[in-house]
Design a protein around this ligand. Structure first.
Ligand code: COI
Length: 356
């Protein structure tokens, strides 16, 4: 079977769909999923849409032992006039292949996987919620399936796509979050896997996150692993600072995820002729800007997080309150614009969305 001929097995059972905008992130899944296999010598084959169900895997499957896996996060949005839009999905599949390259996973054919993904979302279109702040989260992922304890790339893989109707990633929605600047642990270093969307980058953050949660904070801001000075990213999003009118975000150093929302925000700011710079920025610089009253806004960006204003940074016992804990004017404008484009009520002059 060619990698582009898909089979579809319909699920006779239909689960109930969420009935309000309060949908917990990533807890409810739709009726179907996409699966495709890879075997050395055969390539990616047998694309199929099947009922959502548990997997059967050999306990020696390599994913369980050395974590050879990558994933993506994208969203489908329902517009007011009932169309369904995807936001820059080509960028997600491109990044999936970049992550795969880093994890020695064979690349997928982006075009045919895009077609299959669209087919899956069309089949599940009733699951795309229409409440404000909601969407259908799309989670493509690849796992190593070869039963082997050898420390070497697997010879077989599964690509799967599951779908989850979701509300805001942070419980308070647009309410500014409080973030702990992590000083003990490190997320990634240059030359490691920080630029890849791979499981280990996330599970290695849990200990630091638990500390932050214990103090009532929403997430962790990572500093560089060598000097513990330069800002990298938050656990679930990239980060931007508005300092004295200029927008600064950490440059992509190899240890930071190349966020698609990040890229879109930079492009929007440039279009609006608001100064935006990708460079190294230290936590001391942020602290000094705060002390001199120049730290005007801080916000995170991500597919799940969209634009999440940061109301407080907690660094070594110093609590930096930002914009009196309120969402800043620019953060609000960026949120309105990006969600407006995603939900189809602001004209998409950049050709970022595709209608399915
Ligand atoms: C996303 O923004 O889609 C992510 O993957 C972040 C997180 C939920 C792990």
């Amino acid at each position: 079977m060619s990698s582009s001929t898909i089979t579809i097995v319909k699920n006779p059972d239909k689960k109930p769909k969420p009935q309000s905008k309060d949908i917990a992130f990533g807890k409810t899944f739709t009726d179907h999923m996409f699966v495709m296999d890879y075997q050395e010598g055969k390539g990616w084959h047998e694309p199929r849409i099947v009922p959502y169900e548990p997997l059967t895997l050999d306990p020696a499957a390599m994913i369980f032992h050395y974590g050879q896996t990558v994933f993506e996060g994208m969203k489908a949005y329902r517009t007011e006039d009932d169309r369904i839009l995807l936001f820059r999905p080509d960028q997600n599949l491109k990044r999936l292949n970049k992550s795969s390259e880093r994890l020695s996973i064979p690349p997928i054919d982006e075009e045919s996987v895009m077609d299959h993904l669209i087919e899956l979302i069309r089949l599940e279109q009733e699951w795309v919620p229409d409440f404000e702040g909601t969407s259908l989260y799309i989670r493509p992922f690849i796992i190593a399936t070869e039963p082997s304890l050898a420390v070497a790339p697997s010879k077989s893989y599964k690509l799967m796509v599951i779908l989850a109707p979701v509300g805001p990633y942070f419980k308070g929605g647009l309410k500014p979050v409080q973030i702990n600047v992590e000083q003990q642990f490190t997320r990634a270093v240059k030359g490691g896997t920080g630029m890849a969307k791979t499981a280990g980058n996330y599970s290695s953050a849990y200990q630091a996150q638990a500390k932050a949660y214990g103090e009532g904070l929403a997430d962790v801001l990572w500093l560089d692993g060598i000097e513990k000075r330069y800002i990298e990213e938050v656990g679930s999003m990239n980060i931007f600072f508005k300092i004295d009118g200029e927008i600064v975000t950490p440059a992509l150093s190899g240890s930071i995820l190349k966020g698609i929302t990040r890229m879109s925000i930079i492009e929007l700011l440039k279009k609006w002729e608001i100064p935006v710079t990708e460079r190294k920025i230290s936590i001391e610089e942020v602290y000094e800007a705060h002390q001199s009253g120049k730290l005007e806004e801080v916000f995170g960006t991500g597919t799940a997080a969209v634009i999440s204003p940061v109301g407080q940074l907690n660094w070594s016992g110093q609590k930096m309150d930002i914009n009196d804990g309120e969402i800043g004017e620019l953060s609000q404008k960026l949120y309105d614009t990006i969600t407006g484009i995603q939900r189809g009520h602001i004209e998409d002059t950049e050709d970022w969305t595709i209608q399915i």
